[in-house]
Design a protein around this ligand. Structure first.
Ligand SMILES: Nc1ncnc2c1ncn2[C@@H]1O[C@H](COP(=O)(O)OP(=O)(O)OP(=O)(O)O)[C@@H](O)[C@H]1O
Ligand SMILES: [Mg+2]
Length: 266
């Protein structure tokens, strides 16, 4: 479970205002008042894979995730999760991790419990909630409100809220945005550990190339808008990964930087 098939996915938005957004190629014309964002994307994500998606700002990463999660309709093409075509949001098998996704008027425990609100057995529910709070190392902070936690602790609470649902697919769209460098490194480690433990399918969007390369089973790099897939790299390197000790990983890192148009930060 957690298999995603994206077939020939295209998305255009209506252009706003009178300015031409882009030059549309003759090969794939779209009307002047439309903005082509995703351009015939084909992608298969395998069960239990952690795929990091990289690409220039505004190329269409969030749009793609919103379409896969069923929040947004594609203009053409299909998304099939575990054999079923996505026609709208489904809370059973997918979870979209958002930062600032905690409800401020609920405690950590109550926020995590939200994911299990349909569970009838209250004792089992309480056990699951406390198990996941423990997994993210927040035991002792169950009764704190989000504003009483540090940024990193808030992210961990959000992670517990996502994982307690036990989704087949977890979408994470720049989940570490705004975290300080050290906390971000620690959160990466936690995601890698969680992933090795839970083996759920994760689609993780980031702007951080090194982050993608140390975390992912596979890195997918989008071109600038309209997005097509520019690079699709399987990374069979064991964790923890170290660029200094893995020359092949370091070489891939260069390819990705260059692919994204950066030549000087190498
Ligand atoms: N609801 C909308 N209506 C019209 N245009 C939209 C809408 N949502 C997104 N867009 C446009 O689609 C393009 C892609 O947006 P998207 O948010 O998917 O980019 P992104 O790759 O996630 O960028 P970032 O890395 O900055 O988050 C942008 O040009 C944006 O202006
Ligand atoms: Mg985005």
């Amino acid at each position: 479970m957690g298999h995603i098939l994206i077939q020939d996915l295209t998305k255009t938005y209506l252009r706003r205002g009178g300015v031409a957004w882009q030059f549309n190629s003759e090969a794939d014309p779209v009307a002047d008042d439309e903005l082509l964002v995703l351009n015939h994307i084909d992608l298969e994500v395998y069960d239990g894979e952690l795929v990091c998606v990289l690409g220039p700002s505004g190329c269409g990463k969030t749009t793609m995730v919103r379409i896969i999660a069923g929040f947004e309709r594609s203009t053409s093409g299909n998304v099939i999760i575990d054999g079923n075509e996505v026609t709208g949001p489904s809370s059973d098998n997918i979870f979209v991790f958002q930062h600032n996704g905690l409800l401020p008027w609920l405690t950590v425990e109550e926020n995590v419990r939200l994911g299990l609100r349909h569970m009838k057995d209250r004792r089992e529910q309480a056990e699951r909630v406390s198990e996941y709070i423990d997994i993210v190392n927040l035991s002792g902070f169950e009764h704190q409100y989000p504003h009483q936690l540090s940024g990193g602790m808030q992210r961990r609470a959000e992670l517990a809220r996502a994982l307690v649902v036990n989704p087949e697919v977890l979408f994470m769209d720049e989940p570490f945005a705004g975290l300080d460098f050290l906390t971000r490194l620690k959160m990466r480690e936690e995601i890698i550990n969680m992933h090795e433990y839970f083996k759920k399918t994760v689609i993780f969007i980031t702007h951080d190339i090194d982050e993608a390369l140390v975390m992912a089973d596979r890195v997918v790099v989008f071109t600038d808008r309209p997005a097509t897939i520019q690079l699709d790299l399987a990374l069979g390197f064991p964790h923890p990964r170290d660029f200094m000790r893995e020359p092949d990983l370091e070489a891939l890192r260069r390819d990705v930087y260059v692919g994204l148009g950066v030549h000087y930060a190498l």
